[in-house]
Design a protein around this ligand. Structure first.
Ligand SMILES: C[S@@+](CC[C@H](N)C(=O)[O-])C[C@H]1O[C@@H](n2cnc3c(N)ncnc32)[C@H](O)[C@@H]1O
Length: 359
């Protein structure tokens, strides 16, 4: 294994990517619902679907500060902030920004100000074109996508976290064009039809058309798409070599939570530091996006990042496989500004070229 790695790293481009991520050191990550409150209700949102909003965030600021101190003492260095809507609790968001590498997911309706949040990686949600997004996130009335475009125009911190729905692949081209024209990069996520709405939202029809469109977007905007063809295929098919995505292989499980005791013993890799904290800042749940839902419906890009990243060994069979792993890893580090984002942007076209179109 060591020899194979040495061989692959003779390539200066790969050596550069690998050295940067290794120099950053190991990630000790957690996910936190920074508030239980949200200003919209998206159709099929896992947060409300799984009752996560029942864990209320304490008003007492000391409780939040104590949480930060506990996590720092535990060695946490990376925090994914979700919720609820993080832009509703800016002072707490800033405290996370000031203490950890981090990433925040927002619905984009309220702008996270620049001052005090200068280097914050912000994943702005969109679920389709204006019509689809309005239907799924805006209660049929509000054009949240339009507001978010306005809020994050030419904002270097923002990237679009585009949750694609399986039957609406034809929208991808125009949505991505608007995001790119807005001066932002794009990372894809895949819709989990938790309400069983079916039709164009039904994951059981597969994401093949969506993948084809993502590959076209990579070809058209190689310096703007923060996901490779390989990684898009892993997330949207749930296949990683001989493994099929599900609870038994997911690596982003709360290791302290009793509910995961048997899973931890099954020999599959998992992130031993990871915890998905509820908005009370003390209790944890099974995983980032689930309490007891069926993992077959989960196409969450964040959790799949971790799945690939922790399965380096599987990817050492050939240089191409190593490239597939390394570029996934690097894109996570770059998107979250653990390595230099602007320098990484310049390497993006070469990363895509090396991975190629994996249909
Ligand atoms: C629960 S939200 C919380 C953060 C913030 N309110 C937002 O809208 O981004 C976190 C992320 O989960 C995504 N999400 C929620 N429900 C989903 C679902 N059923 N399928 C795919 N992604 C979903 C959202 O789009 C968002 O990117």
């Amino acid at each position: 294994m060591v020899n194979q790695l040495k061989e692959y790293l003779r390539d200066p481009f790969l050596r550069r990517l690998y050295t940067e991520i290794r120099n950053a050191g190991p990630l000790k990550s957690i996910a936190v619902d920074i508030t239980h409150v949200c200003n919209i209700r998206c159709a099929g949102c896992y947060f409300f679907g799984e009752g996560m909003d029942q864990h209320h965030s304490p008003e007492d600021e000391a409780a939040f500060d104590a949480f930060i101190m506990r996590e720092k003492a535990r060695g946490t260095n990376f925090v994914t902030i979700v919720g609820g809507e993080p832009s509703l609790v800016l002072p707490r968001l800033k405290k996370i920004h000031d203490n950890f590498w981090m990433n925040v997911a927002t619905n984009g309706l309220r702008k996270i100000p620049y001052e005090g949040f200068e280097k914050m990686p912000i994943g702005v949600a969109v679920w389709g074109n204006h019509e689809t997004d309005k239907r799924l996130r805006g209660g049929g009335k509000r054009d949240i996508f339009a507001q978010a475009l306005h809020n994050y125009r030419d904002d270097p911190r923002a990237f679009w976290y585009y949750t694609a729905t399986p039957g609406n692949a034809h929208e991808i081209e125009t949505v991505v064009a608007q995001c790119v024209d807005n001066g932002n990069c794009v990372l894809f996520n895949f819709y989990c039809d938790l309400l069983g709405l079916g039709g164009d939202l039904d994951y059981r029809r597969g994401f093949a058309e969506v993948r084809r469109e993502i590959n076209r977007m990579i070809e058209r905007y190689p310096n703007k798409i923060l996901m490779t063809s390989y990684f898009s295929k892993v997330v949207s098919t749930g296949r990683l070599y001989d493994e099929h995505w599900g609870y038994e292989v997911c690596t982003s499980i709360s290791s302290d939570n009793e509910v995961n005791r048997e899973r931890i013993k099954n020999g599959k890799p998992y992130n031993p530091h990871f915890r998905a904290y509820n908005a009370d800042f003390s209790s944890t749940r099974r995983c980032c996006t689930g309490v007891d839902r069926d993992c077959a419906s989960c196409f969450d890009t964040w959790e799949h990042f971790s799945w690939v990243m922790l399965n380096m060994k599987k990817h050492l069979g050939s240089q191409q496989e190593f490239i597939n792993w390394l570029t996934t890893m690097y894109l996570f580090y770059m998107t979250n500004r653990i390595v230099d984002f602007d320098a990484g942007r310049k390497l993006l076209p070469e990363m895509h070229r090396r991975v190629g179109d994996i249909s």
